[in-house]
Design a protein around this ligand. Structure first.
Ligand code: HEC
Ligand code: HEC
Ligand code: HEC
Ligand code: HEC
Ligand code: HEC
Length: 507
């Protein structure tokens, strides 16, 4: 294959059809000693890698790799600037060795060559030293322990522009159009906003270059001690549980598909499947109510019996994230990692499509994470189970998934949102007071305000009206007053103002 692919020879024959394989080398490509000089590109173009990686990375991570979504691609970086190989590699496991490997990270979903984990050139390798003219990341405004708690990606990939699959189930029959091959009708996907996504139908229409855009805010998980932006996939599927055995088996997808097809042609076959209906009005049935779970388990049991499976000591179960249902109501919790939604679905980290620095979390102040708002990183509601009894998703606050203490989250939100805001208001008040004092002091000395007390009242009224006007017009106050990040950045110096004023008053 490699010989034919590189154009060094013409290869005929067929192993499959038992026709002898012959290789006719193109001698014009060789010198008189029979040696070949190859045209090798040391640093391949991005398209070379994307030929294989584009579609999976879009479906799993909503990655797009275009100038619009990725600061690095926009600036002309190539895959192998980070996924370094050979003499460019930073890690001695691959550096300078002709092992034909390149730097990779450590994705929770991947177990291929874990021995080469973290051989990639890291964000810091470039952004602390300025390699390739990368801007130096200082983050002087940020208490430095944050860089231990948070990955760079957590702040610098605040959202995604391309749809990816948050939920993937393989239990119901998906009536979507254009799905191919037919047995894939047994897979149903939901996007990050929990909208049904006819993924296989779309694949037949889209190329990797015109992906379905569907902006979403990233979710987070703690992996090996650090918070990363991730896609923690949810799943529901039929399984075969063997008593006393660890792990589960999966019936053949084709068999489950055939079961549904038989039922669709003649609803007297596997009649209980008729109980499985669409409860959330998105046109796709989902298994969520106890009757539906029961009906599904019974139908698959009947299917496996019909197929002659040995079901001794075995039992059909329905797996829903970290729950293994034995019937409509009884389930056992399966062990899972805290960052996972399900022990049987992957968690994909986001590393590409880094946003410009100005869009990073924290650029609008500490309250982008620490606040009581339900929109921020900690309190945002994320999907816990894709379907509740009403067919709608069951949510939980993100801090639970991050293993954080609810009271501490509340306390830090209260501090950043209320105490600090009050402190800034106090500083503003003190600055106005100081200005007034200065004004009256100068007036005492030079007497430029006429000797009439109503002038003083007018100054107070104008100041108060001005402040009220600024307060009531948010666009104006963001224009006149300093930005929150500036205040948070200079938090220490600002807190000196009330402190020193207090001391001077006491003195
Ligand atoms: C012929 C198809 C193909 C091409 C071309 C290709 N890859 Fe891959 N790549 C794969 C497959 C298959 C895997 C293994 C998938 C897995 O880990 O499950 C893989 C794995 C990887 C991984 C490791 C993922 C992990 O587990 O962390 C990285 C990184 C990677 N490729 C980057 C690249 C880069 C960069 C290029 C271009 C220089 C490239 N690939 C070209 C098919 C390809
Ligand atoms: C700015 C640096 C950078 C560039 C440029 C870059 N990557 Fe990556 N890539 C990373 C990092 C960092 C990781 C994973 C780190 C981890 O998982 O810990 C990664 C992971 C991957 C993975 C594993 C799965 C995943 O998405 O996490 C694949 C495959 C991959 N990159 C392919 C590519 C391809 C193809 C290109 C070029 C189109 C590319 N990368 C360009 C930094 C980069
Ligand atoms: C191979 C070196 C390299 C690696 C590795 C790398 N970067 Fe960069 N990064 C650059 C370069 C070069 C630029 C573009 C500088 C410019 O604007 O000209 C850049 C730009 C950026 C910017 C935009 C800055 C701005 O002014 O808006 C951010 C944010 C960023 N990188 C974050 C990251 C993160 C997060 C990672 C790790 C996932 C990372 N980088 C990995 C080289 C790198
Ligand atoms: C808490 C969120 C947060 C984390 C974590 C974080 N950054 Fe940033 N980063 C920001 C914000 C906000 C800015 C823009 C404000 C500024 O310039 O400091 C920024 C700015 C940058 C810039 C642009 C600097 C410039 O002057 O142009 C780079 C590059 C960068 N970060 C890289 C990184 C790298 C690499 C890491 C991981 C070691 C990282 N960041 C971790 C929030 C974060
Ligand atoms: C990207 C989100 C993010 C931003 C922006 C951010 N933090 Fe944090 N902060 C965290 C995380 C995550 C922790 C660790 C919480 C834990 O492990 O319990 C933390 C912890 C803290 C803590 C210690 C624990 C606590 O809550 O009292 C302080 C203090 C703190 N941050 C202050 C700040 C300040 C000040 C800023 C702005 C300059 C800021 N943070 C911006 C995410 C953020």
């Amino acid at each position: 294959m490699a010989t034919a692919g590189s154009g060094l020879a013409k290869v005929d024959g067929s192993v499959k059809d038992s026709i002898e394989v012959t290789v006719h080398y193109d001698l014009s490509k060789f010198d008189k000693d029979g040696k070949v000089s190859l045209h090798l590109v040391r640093e391949p173009r991005n398209e070379t890698c994307l030929n294989c990686h584009s579609k999976p990375m879009w479906k799993k991570r909503g990655a797009s790799f275009i100038a619009f979504t990725d600061v690095h691609i926009a600036k002309g970086l190539i895959c192998v600037d980070c996924h370094v190989a050979g003499s460019m590699a930073t890690d001695e496991r691959i550096r300078g060795k002709e092992v034909h490997q390149f730097g990779k990270g450590d994705d929770p979903s991947g177990y291929v060559r874990n021995d080469l984990d973290n051989t990639i050139r890291t964000c810091n390798d470039c952004h602390l030293k300025g390699y390739l003219n990368a801007p130096i990341a200082k983050h002087e405004w940020l208490p430095s322990f944050h860089l231990e708690e948070l990955s760079c990606q957590a702040c610098h990939i605040p959202e995604r522009k391309v749809k990816s699959a948050l939920v993937q189930v393989s239990d119901v029959f998906n009536p979507g159009t254009k799905i191919s091959p037919p047995s894939k009708y047994i897979w149903t996907f939901y996007d990050q906003n929990m909208n049904y996504w006819n993924h296989y139908g779309e694949l037949s229409q889209y190329t990797a270059k015109d992906q379905p855009t569907d902006r979403f805010i990233t979710q987070y998980a703690k992996y090996k001690g650090k918070i990363f932006p991730v896609n923690p996939v949810h799943s529901a599927w039929p399984a075969i549980y063997t008593k006393g055995e660890k792990g589960l088996h999966q019936p053949r997808m084709k068999d489950v598909y055939d079961m549904w097809m038989l039922h669709k042609k003649d609803n007297k076959k596997y009649p209980e499947l008729s109980k499985i209906i669409d409860d959330n009005n998105d046109s796709i049935p989902e298994i969520n109510r106890p009757e539906e779970i029961e009906a599904f388990i019974n139908s698959v049991t009947e299917l496996l019996n019909n197929l002659g499976y040995d079901m001794k000591n075995r039992q059909v179960v329905w797996v829903f994230n970290d729950r293994m249902y034995f019937n409509g109501t009884e389930y056992e919790n399966l062990e899972k990692e805290i960052y996972e939604s399900s022990p049987y679905a992957s968690v994909y980290k986001y590393n590409h499509d880094v946003f410009p620095a100005k869009a990073a979390l924290g650029s609008k102040g500490c309250t982008e994470c620490h606040s009581l708002s339900s929109e921020n990183m900690f309190n945002r509601k994320i999907v816990k189970y894709p379907f509740g009894e009403d067919g709608k998703p069951v949510f939980e606050p993100q801090y639970v998934r991050l293993g954080m203490n609810g009271f501490m989250v509340w306390l830090s939100g209260f501090r950043e949102e209320y105490i600090k805001t009050m402190e800034y208001a106090l500083v503003l008040f003190l600055l106005i007071l100081i200005a007034f004092n200065l004004l009256f002091y100068l007036n005492q000395k030079y007497g430029f305000i006429p000797e009439n007390s109503s002038y003083v009242a007018i100054i107070y009224v104008i100041t108060a009206a001005g402040l009220l006007f600024i307060y009531l017009k948010p666009d104006l106050n963001s224009y006149i007053l300093p930005e929150r990040i500036w205040l948070d950045k200079n938090h220490f110096i600002l807190s000196l103002i009330p402190f020193l004023t207090g001391i001077s008053l006491a003195a």
